[in-house]
Design a protein around this ligand. Sequence first.
Ligand code: ARG
Length: 459
Amino acid sequence: MKLWSGRFTKPTEGIVDEFSASIPFDKRLYREDIEGSIAYARMLGECGVIRRDESDKLIEGLKAVLGDIEAGVVDLSLDAEDIHTNIERLLEARVGEVARKLHTGRSRNDQVATDTRLYVRREIASITGLIRSLQWTLVDIAEKNLDCIMPGYTHLQRAQPVLLSHHLMAYFEMLERDVGRFRDCSRRANILPLGSGALAGTTFPVDRKLLASMLGFNDITRNSIDAVSDRDFVIEVLSACSITMMHLSRLSEEIVLWSSSEFAYIELDDAYATGSSIMPQKKNPDIAELIRGKTGRVYGDLVSILVVMKGLPLAYNKDMQEDKEALFDGIDTLKACLSIVQPMLRSVKINKERLMQATRAGFMTATDVADYLARKGVPFRSAHEIVGRIVLYCTKEGKTLEELSMEEWKSFSGLFDEDIKGVVSVEASVAARSVPGGTARERVVEAIARARQALSEAR
Ligand code: ARG
């Protein structure tokens, strides 16, 4: 029998139960649901809404139900719609009639909002832990490869030489912002809706502040209608997931590019690559590709909840049950990606010679030559033009900047001196960028130290 069957004259069709049930996916909220109910039962007892002995019995029963679910000895039934109703039924089977008092002053609407917030809060803690360990990995690799110079790119064209470590530390920064976003989400998710009832509040003297402190919420929601109809926290966390996925996707894209024969900057470990069913020579970066692909899926989760919510009148509507699959999927997907990208990165072999060799072609120190002239008083725009002509000349002659003779330099400007030789090397180019945030070795060393410090304090 349905827990709301009183006003109905006949049971629902089987197809209706199947269509409207959320138990196949919301069963994973069982811990949060029981945690919330235990606090609720305790509060009801403390506030005198039910007797203490009743409250104790409920708590004991709920703990037993938790044990049963974890031991896999109970069936969660479709007929009972969702996890909230299932647990109430299991509780009644355990402790009898008194179980029917648990829902006093409560609605599934404030209950599900509470459970989902508890879930989001817990998952955010686990996600930030995974992001932290990926950051450690980046810092370790950056520190180990401080001597490695590579082409930095804009428009995927060789632009200026940079330290590989500097490039890797760019991802550290992105992830740092991601952690900040998740923390921020958590702050707003961690507000208690319970006690809002179906939408208008409750007639019972429930102590919401007590509930909040028992459940570790920072505050209580201020408007009961908003409390049961708000899913901003779901949207916020999925948006934070999407942004982190975008970062992982950009990293993955570079892994795919860099492991191609065209770049050959890195080699993936065999344990993190896959073969082709037809081409025996292939070694494919499937993991990186999948992360890139799954990014689209997480965006889909975010967009789906945004669209679900956009036309809903206040307060609760059943449409909102659709929040869960998107939420679970987005979080599961992000966690899976974070978990695999870290060991994959650690196993990557970096082809330093190849990276260095790639900096030789492409006139990557042309800006340094222009800066040289600018330091000697030539307006930068004019210096840019002169160096443009030098590059054109080199292209025609098949020479690199380093191969130009003093005579050739002088033919473009009398301001060139012997010291230009020290300026056009990629090492000099990197070393010269010692502005804060620049790629000079001492700056990158500093950045790594700062990152290590921040990570160890974050523990
Ligand atoms: N299973 C529902 C959900 O996930 C919660 C139940 C509230 N349903 C209701 N008809 N009042 O949103």
